[in-house]
Design a protein around this ligand. Structure first.
Ligand code: G4P
Length: 529
């Protein structure tokens, strides 16, 4: 039996990510969440794009120039006797692969919606991803200090477009210049909004009960009556909060507020720590590992270089699935079957790195990577199983990469292979010639690769067009057929960064023909390590 302190440590953890369309307010809400977690003294350290300052999680020069976050970082903070891990997902559409893998490392998501706009494209796509694991979703309708759309219509749109039931937890009173606050349906109280207090944790005034005359005085009887009417409608037409449905990913509690005004964010956080699941187990090829199993295990979902220019190293982000990390412990990389002693794992308290003494299931630790760790790797305390479900995706965009200085071929290859191990890009080496082909899921990855090759490997490279439209990893149980395929199809075959055989197709029709011609060969568009 695991001891009670250990179980308590795990039970108090919540690990989540924010999903939203660009500009809906993810950065702003992150800042306020950290303010509540006392991780920032005053909000303002994490700033918006136009102000020229940037969120602590934005690190690369290129990101700053473009005002987008291409990396994932992790922030841990205490809230209401809980310990919350917030994983930042890259906001840009290009980085769907990275985002996908980050979402495998969380147990719940916060969906932020711009209430003036409603459900937008990127949110739709991200929700599809969370669906794959039925991740519980909490919703925050943001920007209530602006004129928003009819709240009932917003809920309806979420329900029909995202196929998830909505259970409003708070309800707005007015919006824009007439935004007065929210009524909390389950606490039966109105929380009044004061504008201009967004950078602080505010003293709020609350009014108990809906039929309290203080409410009419505070918000005006017109808005108070509208609220009462709307609530009658809401209670009839929408769903009550149901924790089971929430945990199954079928129902989302909805909160209204303004991240900029730091209003309503705490209601959402209260809901998160109360309802969101404590650290969940994960699947291996041979069964589930429970988070409360005392033996340590974890998987790597992200590798990132140069997070801080002062520390020029590569960090592998490992989600602890079970047990506890202790400084100096031995871990096994089960892909390599090798044990390593780890005494310098990192944690990321609001963007500052600090050395970690211990960490528990649900936490993310940063492992220094000197080129041996790959995305999808499993670490255990001596077992040889591997976690499943952390895939690489077949790229959709391809370019041939070439050196400006031909003498640096070795560095180029080394750089590309390391970048492919990080999941920053994929590299393919055709069997039939000496080309190097870079494959990406999003266009921005190409620029990142050239910038990093120059900065980290001192290699200047450029791209050329290449006639490739898709790639598939190929396998077969039938060695003979695979050999035959390798011989006959050599012109279209390549090895990826991990030496896996890949079919490189100039057109989709070509791929289709190859699939028909070689029925014993499996062509897959995802690959797990
Ligand atoms: P993102 O990370 O999801 O892309 O969104 P971000 O937080 O950067 O917010 C996008 C813009 O929306 C920012 O304005 C931000 O200040 C604003 N915003 C966020 N929450 C609210 C809110 O509750 N109310 C209002 N009115 N605005 C909000 P910006 O002009 O792009 O940046 P900045 O000039 O404010 O720095």
């Amino acid at each position: 039996m695991a001891n009670q302190d250990f179980l308590n440590e795990i039970s108090k953890r919540r690990t989540f990510a924010i999903i939203s369309h660009p500009d809906a307010g993810k950065t702003t809400i992150t800042e306020k969440v950290l303010l509540f977690g006392r991780a920032l003294q005053t909000a303002g350290t994490v700033k918006g794009k136009k102000s020229g300052q940037h969120a602590k999680s934005d690190w690369m020069e290129m990101e700053k120039e473009r005002g987008i976050s291409v990396t994932t970082s992790v922030m841990q903070f205490p809230y209401n006797d809980h310990l919350v891990n917030l994983l930042d997902t890259p906001g840009h559409e290009d980085f769907s692969e990275d985002t996908y893998r980050t979402l495998t490392a969380v147990d719940s998501c916060l969906m932020v919606i711009d209430a003036a706009k409603g459900v937008e494209d990127r949110t739709r796509k991200l929700m599809e991803v969370t669906r794959l694991r039925d991740t519980p979703i909490i919703t925050f309708m943001n920007k209530l200090d602006r004129d928003i759309r009819d709240p009932l219509e917003l809920l309806d749109e979420v329900e029909t477009e995202l196929d998830i039931l909505c259970a409003p937890i708070t309800w707005p009173i007015g919006s824009g210049k007439r935004f007065k606050g929210v009524y909390h349906l389950y606490r039966d109280e109105t929380v009044l909004y004061q504008s201009g207090q967004g950078h602080t944790i505010q003293e709020v005034r609350t009014i108990k009960g809906l039929n309290n005359s203080e409410l009419d005085e505070a918000v005006g009887s017109e808005l108070a009556d509208t609220l009462r009417d709307e609530l009658e409608l809401v209670r009839g037409a929408s769903n009550d909060f149901d924790k089971e449905l929430f945990l199954e990913g079928q129902l989302t509690p909805v909160f209204f507020g303004t991240a900029l005004g730091n209003f309503g964010v705490d209601h959402m956080l209260d809901g998160l720590v109360e309802w969101a699941p404590e650290p969940l187990g994960r699947e291996t090829e041979s069964g589930t590992v429970d988070s409360k199993d005392e033996k340590f295990s974890g998987f790597v979902f992200k590798i990132q270089a140069n997070m801080d220019p002062k520390h020029r190293d590569r960090i592998a982000f490992c989600r602890i699935v079970s047990g506890k990390y202790e400084k100096g412990m031995k871990m096994r990389n089960s892909r390599l079957g090798k044990d390593v002693r780890i005494s310098d794992a990192l944690t990321f308290l609001a963007g500052d790195r600090s050395l970690l003494e211990e960490a528990y299931a649900g936490d993310i630790i940063g492992l220094h990577n000197h080129g041996t760790i790959r995305i999808g790797d499993t670490f255990t305390s001596g077992d040889n199983y591997r976690f499943s479900g952390i895939p690489n995706f077949a790229p959709e965009l391809f370019k041939r990469i070439r050196l400006k200085d031909p003498l640096k071929q070795k560095q180029l290859l080394k750089g590309l292979i390391q970048l492919s191990e990080e999941g920053a890009v994929q590299v393919f080496r055709p069997l039939a010639n000496n080309d190097l082909i870079v494959g990406a899921v999003g266009v921005l990855q190409f620029d990142v690769v050239v910038a990093r090759l120059k900065a980290e490997y001192n290699v200047e490279a450029l791209y050329e067009h290449i006639n490739v439209s898709t790639a598939r990893w190929v396998y077969s149980d039938n060695e003979k057929k695979l050999d035959e395929f390798r011989r006959k199809g050599e012109q279209n075959l390549a090895l990826d960064g991990g030496d896996n055989l890949t079919y490189i197709a100039p057109t989709m029709v070509n791929l289709q023909l190859a699939q028909e011609r070689y029925p014993d060969i499996q062509f897959t568009n995802t690959r797990e390590n």
